[in-house]
Design a protein around this ligand. Structure first.
Ligand SMILES: [Zn+2]
Length: 460
């Protein structure tokens, strides 16, 4: 056993508890140390990375988009060959330092004054290959004077400890001059990077606290312990929140684009934030199963806003009714899994989202009816959470539905899901008006404010 093993293990323990950086590598363990210097105008990075304890043959970009950012690469022995973004070492080696420069070719957002930029780590974090599953990675980031970084990874100051999925999945990173705020909602610690002065810190905090509390009300606590928001306000918009998206590369980060002039109540009542956060009750699913993940999130955005008093139950039902009608009128006639797979190309979003919502509604009504009101879709999602949290890769809807059947004691969800998935017809919406379900429908949209307000406190 190495002499410093106890020290390393102790530091590791502290690291888990407080988000401190990974300890120095235990002798022989695979390690990667990245020193990243962000350029003055935040449009690229110079990276010096040293690898030890495993056989390294090349460095890979996260994907084809990221590959376009690669500039040049070199080692102490001279220039390295770069092919399709991939940095080749002359021969595989067990210890090497590599330097490279990237220019951010796929910026998510840049402020007009270029004082801040939002990118994925895919733009600057090249992955060692073959990738050791037990890699101990650290990233230190040097920034231009006065600038800061905001990433969804555990860190101690400017030293971050990215997990394996940070090398494989995109996230949202912010570099530049912007404000960052931290607070906790229930048991979840929240970091907010905000790129413009309005909406103010106080407004953003109230809005996001309410959204996290609303989505947490599915169960007893929010499905993740850490949340990183990147808030990019835009002027002159007629909607409170124009866009939202969740990424999970190394930790959950949520991009939100609100109107800079929206008031706190407008932001709270808007569906986008509740929808995006609701996705976190499910793992990432395959493309053809997006009807399921989008349907659950769309259903929750309406049910939870009624439950938590952000809109009335009547409005939620009307929105579901209108959405189902829109879904029925759109689409390309493909079966639902094909519509889901091709959605970005065909634009059949309404069809996919609202057919999925029809599934969630039918599942919820049947669970409630067959259990005499004891089981609901929301309760099943909460019970399933320990088995659905953080799988290493993508999962199928059928796997999730199998778990939901098991935890809810039901035996119809897998079959119901398969029926929706393979149908080219928009589902029946008779359940919206079925007299037999009237009381259950009222129960679904019942106002339950006590479940929706976890304590919010500053940890700044
Ligand atoms: Zn969604």
């Amino acid at each position: 056993m190495p002499k410093d093993w106890k020290v390393a293990a102790f530091v590791l323990h502290i690291g888990c508890a407080h988000g401190a950086p990974a300890p120095a590598a235990i002798d022989g363990a695979p390690s990667a140390r990245y020193e990243v210097t962000i350029f003055d105008n935040f449009d690229g990075a110079k990276v010096h990375a040293c690898f030890e304890g495993f056989t390294l043959s090349h460095l890979s970009p996260m994907d084809g988009d990221a590959a376009r950012s690669m500039g040049r690469a070199w080692s102490d022995h001279g220039a390295l060959n770069v092919s399709a973004g991939r940095i080749e070492l002359p021969t595989p080696t067990s210890a090497a330092c590599v330097s490279y420069e990237t220019r951010f070719a796929n910026e998510v957002f840049r402020t007009r004054d270029s004082r801040a930029v939002v990118v994925s780590q895919g733009e600057w974090l090249w992955r060692p290959e073959p990738f050791p599953s037990d890699l101990d990675a650290s990233v230190s980031i040097a920034l231009p004077s006065g600038a800061r970084a905001s990433l969804p990874w555990a860190h101690d100051g400017a030293v971050y400890s990215p997990g394996e999925d940070a090398f494989y999945r995109n996230g949202y990173n912010v570099f530049g001059i912007f404000s960052e705020e931290r607070f906790t909602v229930g048991g979840t610690s929240v970091t907010v990077a905000r790129l413009k002065p309005r909406p103010t810190d106080a407004v953003v905090r109230q809005w996001l606290t309410r959204a996290v509390g609303t989505v947490a009300s599915v169960g007893s606590e929010f499905p993740t312990k850490r949340l990183h928001f990147v808030v990019v306000p835009v002027d002159g918009m007629d909607r409170p929140v124009a866009f939202g998206m969740v990424r999970r590369g190394g930790g959950v980060s949520v991009l939100l684009i609100p109107s800079s002039t929206a008031g706190v109540h407008e932001l709270e009542a808007d569906w986008v934030t509740v929808h995006e956060l609701s996705h976190l009750w499910l793992p990432r699913l395959y493309r053809q199963d997006r009807w399921f993940t989008e349907g659950i999130a769309t259903y929750l955005q309406e049910v939870l806003r009624a439950r938590c008093g952000l809109q009335s139950g009547a409005v939620s039902w009307n929105r579901i009714r209108d959405g189902l009608e829109r879904g029925r009128r759109s689409g390309t006639g493909r079966i639902l899994t094909s519509e889901s797979r091709d959605m970005n190309r065909t634009g059949a979003y309404y069809r996919v989202y609202w057919a999925g919502t029809a599934f969630a509604l039918e599942a919820d009504l049947r669970l409630r009816r067959e259990s005499g009101g004891k089981m609901t879709l929301l309760r099943a999602l909460d019970l399933a959470q320990p088995r659905l949290a953080s799988p290493r890769g993508l999962v199928h809807a059928e796997e999730v539905l199998t778990v939901l059947d098991e935890v809810s004691g039901s035996d119809f969800l897998v079959e119901l899901g398969a029926r929706y998935a393979s149908s080219a017809h928009f589902p029946s919406t008779r359940l919206l008006d079925d007299p037999a379900s009237k009381r259950t429908r009222r129960e679904i949209m019942k106002l339950e404010p006590d479940r929706c307000a976890p304590s919010a406190e500053s940890s700044r």
